[in-house]
Design a protein around this ligand. Structure first.
Ligand SMILES: Nc1ncnc2c1ncn2[C@@H]1O[C@H](COP(=O)(O)OP(=O)(O)OP(=O)(O)O)[C@@H](O)[C@H]1O
Length: 533
């Protein structure tokens, strides 16, 4: 019996007026593809859609097509939630882009020519812009648009993208901050990696070009007062990395940097030391200093704009604070959706990006065949072999365990080795995502030079008692034979602990590719993942 040929597809057309946006929100069962039928270009997040070719967009994605001139687009199916709006912030984003582009061109001229400047304004480096705003204000979307505008200009820029939002969406696994350097416009096919996927050991996918990316592991979804010191060190390290990159790559220096931020940046009191009550917006000042940011774009939020314009640390540096409107199309992402995005991003790290659904396969031809070829690998590794560490004060023994009147002086980025034989509710390793860090021979410290836990006695007159307790505490804590610095080092990759065998003393871990782990020292945080796909 021969199969019946598929019914001819109904042609669904979206007509766009000049300067309008077609906004869509795809649900769990909605996958679409679209193609431009009219002669003029149509953009998605400032990436030009290839003319006449189908462009797939996966379920859950939310976004908008923008047509500067009259346009006609064909869609495979109409999402339940979609509408056309003539209110768009594209002209404003274009104005910002043109101002940034001018600086890039002047910087390039300055950096690549040795002759006198002949009265032309001297600009030593490309623009460094940081985007700020409350949750779901469109920060990531603005970053993506500005980066794509620069990468589409035909000038060969390699704009740095700073991901200072360890929550969602980020470039690597949630819990990471990242620095990437795309050289082609970033596509919008799905929500796993809005800034392009980093190269992993898994085969690359045509839907999200591999983008060179370096990541640092915070191990949490946002900067908080508890991880503020670790955050500070990570930002400094990332800033140094960017500086070094610019020293060896003049084009990167001329192209500049665009930084996405966590909405926690809008909280004036976060990360501020208790002994400095006057300090405000410490997270902002730290980032501005680390990356030598010259412009902050504030989305919407009038008070934040005024607050930052008056901030002495920014005034002293001459940082411009500019307010841009919030797009009416930005979708409020609730907690359930955020969890879904996080889970999706982690799954994509291990299993690759989602395969295209069959109904789009015929339309997209070759694009489909590369999906689903990924080779994640699960294996067992002994507790003694895989060294799992935690970074920071919050992971050390509780201060309440110390004698009355005494307090502990610990380095805020100290390392603690996690002992998996401890009580499960304390150890919390099952389903934990671990960041693998590189260890060199010089990172190991000899036992006699290992840092000891120090305690100071408050003036209570109970000296002897405190000393005794201190010794017990020291004996209980396992010394970590590595320099503290490895805990905030750039990461090599990620694994997840999927099972713990307490009898055999082994972890089962999932890695994105077969073969030996690049290092057997891993940092745990609070990011957990269970594959529910
Ligand atoms: N003009 C638009 N039309 C339709 N959807 C949009 C538009 N602009 C942004 N969105 C969508 O709204 C959602 C929130 O935007 P975005 O992630 O840029 O905000 P954010 O401020 O970075 O969020 P977060 O709170 O995670 O920091 C995203 O799914 C994005 O694709």
């Amino acid at each position: 019996m021969s199969e019946e040929p598929p019914a001819p597809r109904e042609q669904i057309i979206v007509d766009l007026e000049p300067g309008s946006e077609w906004r869509f929100e795809l649900e769990a069962d909605e996958n679409i593809a679209l193609r431009v039928l009219s002669p003029d270009p149509v953009f998605i997040n400032s990436e030009e859609l290839p003319p006449a070719t189908w462009y797939p967009i996966h379920r859950y994605t939310k976004g908008a097509l923008y047509a500067p001139t009259q346009a006609r687009v064909e869609v495979t199916s109409l999402p339940a939630s979609q509408y056309i709006s003539t209110s768009t912030i594209h002209p404003q984003l274009l104005n910002v882009h043109l101002a940034l582009e001018r600086n890039r061109i002047l910087a390039k001229r300055q950096l690549f020519s040795s002759g006198p400047s002949n009265g032309v304004e001297r600009v030593e480096r490309g623009p460094r812009v940081m985007i700020m705003g409350p949750p779901s204000s469109g920060k990531t979307t603005v970053v993506k648009n500005l980066v794509n505008l620069a990468l589409s200009s035909g000038m060969g820029w390699t704009v740095g993208v700073g991901g200072l939002d360890p929550s969602s969406p980020s470039n690597l696994i949630p819990g990471t901050i990242s620095l990437s350097t795309p050289s082609h416009p970033l596509p919008t096919h799905h929500l796993a990696h809005p800034f392009g996927s980093p190269p992993t050991s898994t085969p690359s996918n045509t839907l999200s070009a591999d983008i060179p990316t370096v990541g640092w592991w915070l191990g949490g979804l946002e900067p908080t007062n508890r991880n503020a010191e670790v955050w500070k060190v990570l930002i400094e390290r990332m800033g140094e990395d960017w500086k070094k990159r610019c020293e060896r790559d003049k084009m990167a220096l001329a192209s500049g940097l665009t930084v996405d931020t966590s909405s926690a940046f809008t909280n004036p009191l976060l990360g501020t030391k208790k002994d400095d009550p006057k300090a405000r917006y410490t997270l902002v000042s730290q980032a501005v200093e680390a990356f030598e940011i010259d412009t902050i774009l504030v989305i919407g939020h009038e008070k934040l704009h005024i607050d930052l314009s008056r901030l002495p640390t920014l005034q002293q540096r001459g940082t411009n604070v500019i307010r841009i409107p919030k797009s009416g199309g930005v979708v409020d992402i609730d907690d359930t959706q955020r969890e879904l995005i996080h889970s999706f991003q982690i799954r994509s790290y291990f299993y690759g990006e989602p395969p295209l659904p069959k109904e789009l396969a015929g339309l997209l031809g070759k694009m489909v065949s590369v999906d689903g070829n990924l080779n994640p690998y699960s294996f067992q590794i002994g507790w003694e072999t895989l060294v799992v560490l935690r970074v920071g004060e919050e992971n050390s023994a509780p201060s309440s365990a110390l004698p009355l009147g005494s307090s502990r002086i610990l380095s805020p980025t100290r390392l603690t080795r996690v002992d998996p034989s401890g009580p499960a509710h304390v150890v919390r390793l099952l389903n934990t995502v671990l960041a693998i860090v590189d260890i060199k021979p010089e990172d190991r410290i000899k036992p006699e030079t290992s840092p000891k836990v120090e305690e100071v006695k408050a003036e209570t007159g109970e000296g002897e008692e405190v000393k005794e307790e201190q010794q017990e505490e020291e004996e209980d804590m396992e010394e970590v034979p590595f320099k503290e610095e490895i805990g905030t080092r750039e990461v090599l990759g990620f694994i997840v602990i999927t099972a713990i065998d307490t009898l055999k003393k082994k972890y089962t871990v999932l890695s994105p590719s077969p073969g030996k782990l690049p290092s057997t020292v891993a940092i745990a945080g609070s990011i957990e993942w269970v594959d529910s796909a």
